[in-house]
Design a protein around this ligand. Structure first.
Ligand code: URP
Length: 412
């Protein structure tokens, strides 16, 4: 009996280490393998919603993409978000891709080798996106390096690159080759402003041109996310980039906890907002889908959520300032990248521990259709909140609280 329990505990520990849930690579896989097809369909309807009244359709994959995925050991999945047929507008279908991956070499390897190995790993995944006709592709936060900001060591700054640096140039060639817009989240070194460091997404147009950049607005100070040691809050506002395939924006990682950040991209007209991230299970997993789906619903746009995978171990242990023992890793980055739509439907998530490319067709007409249906913009009462915020920002602000006069009366 004791041995069985030990065996089970060991299996659970191994599963937690490799990132699976009870041996399954995602919640979707756990449910589909454990439930009867009818029950699974009902559970899916409730968990990931319906798109135009139907379970989200899977899209067949190009043979060349399938070949690359088995040769290079990454997953590919593809889905289709539909919109209702309109009388006066043609459908506006774009094919969008997101990529999640682990780093390749140990963090003790030379920085040049580490970056080169990540480029080499991601290249066939981008080739698979290109072969699948993806129009807009987004990579994960700081994809060109290990997420070393837990360490507080400044030597990791050496990975930072100018906006037109090595990783951008690498992706510019692929953007041109595949006629694809690529969102390139890097750690930026601003050479014209005292070599300062930023957490930045560079938007590369489908001709390989640089359209612009956005710098992460909200910098975490939670758990081991010591990013504020390295870079400041961004100074680029909430830009929306009008590309050949639609209006896109980037809400980088921790910005997803800030509803006003999502709102501002929506007010500027975004149709798809990417959320390239690096986050770990213990901290944020229950929030992961909820926040993205809520943003898509509240702002009538699509969201592409991307999280890296794997456990990255660093040479020198550090503490979290919580009295717990020192450690040398963040914990497990749980992947689970997915797309959310404005009609509250979403795709199944990619694996919690395998590299993957998730593709989705999206008819951007769905954004306006949902605005017309729910009228969230029309009913938003922005003037009420503008006034509230203006009051709140004053140093003499007092919260509007009306106390029950009986609350502080002594009972006789
Ligand atoms: N990269 C990043 O901002 N992570 C913060 C943790 C989280 O938002 O889950």
């Amino acid at each position: 009996m004791e041995t069985t329990r030990n065996g089970q505990a060991k299996e659970e520990a191994a599963a937690a280490r490799d990132g699976s849930i009870c041996g399954y690579e995602s919640l979707d896989r756990l449910l589909s393998d454990s439930l009867s097809p009818q029950v699974f369909q009902e559970v899916s309807r409730l968990l990931i919603g319906l798109n135009c009244g139907r379970i989200l359709e899977a899209v067949p994959l190009a043979d060349s993409a399938k070949a690359l995925s088995s040769e290079c050991n990454f997953d590919v999945q593809a889905f289709r978000f539909m919109a209702d047929k309109e009388l006066l507008r043609e459908p506006r279908v774009v094919r969008v891709g997101i990529i999640q991956n682990s780093i390749v070499l140990p963090t003790t390897a030379s920085f040049v080798d580490q970056k080169r190995a990540i480029h080499q790993k991601v290249k066939p995944m981008i080739d698979a996106a290109g072969a699948s006709g993806v129009n807009i592709l987004c990579l994960q936060e700081a994809w060109m390096m290990p997420f070393a900001f837990c360490t507080r060591e400044k030597r990791w700054c050496e990975f930072a690159e100018p906006v037109d640096g090595e990783s951008t140039r690498f992706l510019q060639d692929l953007a041109k080759k595949y006629n694809m817009v690529i969102v390139n989240p890097i750690i930026e070194r601003d050479v014209n402003h005292g070599e300062t460091i930023w957490n930045t997404a560079v938007i590369i147009g489908n001709h390989g041109n640089i359209i612009g950049k956005h710098r992460k607005n909200h910098i975490p100070r939670v758990g081991d996310f010591n990013e504020s040691t390295y870079y400041m809050e961004g100074n680029t506002g909430h830009p929306v980039f009008e590309t050949a395939f639609g209006k896109i924006a980037v809400n980088i990682c921790y910005g997803r906890h800030h509803p006003l950040n999502w709102l501002a991209f929506g007010l500027n007209g975004a149709e798809i907002v990417f959320n390239p991230s690096a986050t770990v299970g213990e901290l944020s997993e229950p929030m992961w889908q909820i926040e993205a789906r809520n943003a898509a619903i509240a702002n009538s746009y699509f969201v592409g959520s991307i999280n890296r995978i794997g456990t990255e171990t660093f040479p020198n242990p550090f503490t979290s300032g919580d009295g717990k023992p020192q450690h040398a890793d963040f914990g497990h980055f749980y992947g689970s990248s997915h797309f959310s739509a404005p009609d509250a439907s979403c795709t199944p998530s990619l694996s919690r521990h395998r590299d993957g490319l998730l593709i989705s067709d999206m008819d951007l007409n769905l954004c306006r259709q949902l605005k017309d249906k729910w009228g969230f913009r029309m009913t938003s009462r922005y003037e009420l909140y503008a006034d509230m915020l203006a009051q709140y920002l004053k140093s003499d602000f007092e919260p509007q609280v009306i106390s029950d006069p009986l609350l502080h009366k002594k009972s006789s």
